[in-house]
Design a protein around this ligand. Structure first.
Ligand code: PLP
Length: 407
């Protein structure tokens, strides 16, 4: 008989919360709220617009922003692209530079005639950030990829050393999706403000796990995604700081939606979902975190008897729902085949020819063999203690099998 595998891959995506699905369903059929939110001339449009604006408020509240600072996108990948390309396109032109310099930093007037074309980011950002930066390198943008500490943290001093008068943007994630470590965004925000560059933060893994106040943290752009917090795939947002006004160039043109920064008819049902999952994420932040903390502790306790394993990037501040572990003498891929009724991610990515260890694990200095012995376990709202007990039992069995066959 087929039983559904136990799900430990919430960092890859989460199921949609039932109340989120219910809100979405209300915005689809003829009986429901199906109008185009941009239809200004009739009831159907107004009704849809209400859902969109309610969602904007819920998203804004989750990060302590103003609703007018939220730009809806198709997800965090697009939000990251919009922030990075939109900002650099603007700052590469002297006009944009003058504007941003004037509003951002009154101390750096001497640079105000220099178009800025430099980005500082880390080696362990999500591919949506790294690949957007790589794409810009083809267009006269210079990028510094700062190496993280072995703890998984990107040090503020290392970012400071990388910033030059040409630096337009610093892009650093709040919570790393593979390791679960939390960067010191408050300090990075202060640094960026002092040095007259803008700060983009990918907060996809942080929303619903870390309380976020974009203004206290001096964040200029922040990306988030619904499907990492019990909402639907294909919808997210970019926070764009309003005051002092920050300007980015649109990457998708047509119609001038979202204050000219992102055109396209707003998907009412998706936004109903994003709004509701954001509302719940804010409301349940403490409850969810207490749950993750209990599961995390339970996991560590049950794993204790096993020898030769460790938590990767252990010493850094972290969220409780992501644990990346390495088990010596065990190939992560092979172990996964033994854990056939468990769903989780390994630390490796298959490229066409070979299995390469994760670039994140490599960048924090994990030896190749240990990177191949690593996998990520991520808990969620629907994970139970019993699920964790079963997971650890299976890990023990699998590891014993592999080690005894190797001996
Ligand atoms: C999932 C994720 C993304 C991509 O988000 P999508 O909405 O799937 O495009 C970007 N950054 C991080 C850190 C993520 O975890």
């Amino acid at each position: 008989m087929f039983t559904q595998p136990l799900y430990f891959d919430y960092a890859a995506t989460t199921p949609v919360d039932k109340s989120v699905a219910a809100e979405m369903t209300k915005c689809l059929t003829f009986e429901g709220n199906f109008g185009n939110p941009a239809s200004r001339a009739h009831f159907y449009g107004w009704q849809a617009e209400q859902v969109v604006e309610a969602a904007r408020i819920h998203v804004a509240k989750l990060i302590n922003a103003d609703a007018r600072e939220i730009v809806f996108t198709s997800g965090a990948t697009e939000a990251n692209n919009l922030a990075i390309k939109g900002c650099l396109e603007k700052s590469q032109s002297v006009d944009g530079e003058l504007e941003q310099n004037h509003q951002q930093d009154h101390h750096q007037q001497d640079n105000s005639h220099v178009a800025k074309n430099h980005i500082v980011t880390s080696q362990i950002e999500h591919k949506a950030v790294l690949d957007a930066c790589k794409a810009l390198e083809q267009h006269s943008v210079n990028v510094t990829y700062v190496a993280p500490q072995t703890s998984g943290i990107t040090r503020v001093d290392d970012i400071a050393n990388a910033i030059t008068p040409q630096t337009a943007l610093v892009s650093i994630m709040l919570v790393n999706n593979e390791l679960g470590v939390i960067n010191d965004i408050a300090a990075i925000g202060q640094l960026c403000q002092a040095r007259g560059c803008l700060l983009h933060v990918d907060a996809s893994q942080a929303c619903g796990k870390v309380a976020i106040d974009v203004h206290a943290l001096h964040i200029d752009f922040l990306s988030l995604s619904a499907h990492k917090m019990y909402g639907p795939k294909g919808i997210g947002a970019l926070f764009v700081k309003r005051s002092p006004k920050t300007v980015i160039n649109a990457q998708i043109h047509g119609g001038g939606h979202e204050r000219g920064m992102r055109s396209g008819t707003l998907p009412t049902h998706q936004l109903a979902g994003l709004g509701e999952c954001s509302r719940i994420a804010a409301e349940q932040l403490d409850t969810d975190n207490a749950h993750y903390k209990a599961l995390h502790a339970h996991f560590l306790t049950l794993m204790q008897p096993l020898s030769g394993w460790r938590v990767n990037a252990q010493s850094a501040p972290r969220v409780d729902n992501i644990i990346n572990i390495a088990i010596e003498q065990v190939d992560g891929e092979v172990l996964l085949t033994l854990l056939d009724d468990i769903a989780l991610s390994t630390g490796s990515a298959c490229t066409s020819a070979s299995v390469e260890p994760s670039y994140v694990l490599s960048a924090i200095g994990l030896p190749r063999a240990l990177a191949h012995s690593s996998f990520r376990i991520s808990f969620g709202r629907y994970t139970t203690k019993d699920d964790v007990t079963t997971l650890v039992e299976k890990i023990h069995q699998g590891v014993n099998t592999l080690r005894s066959s190797a001996a």
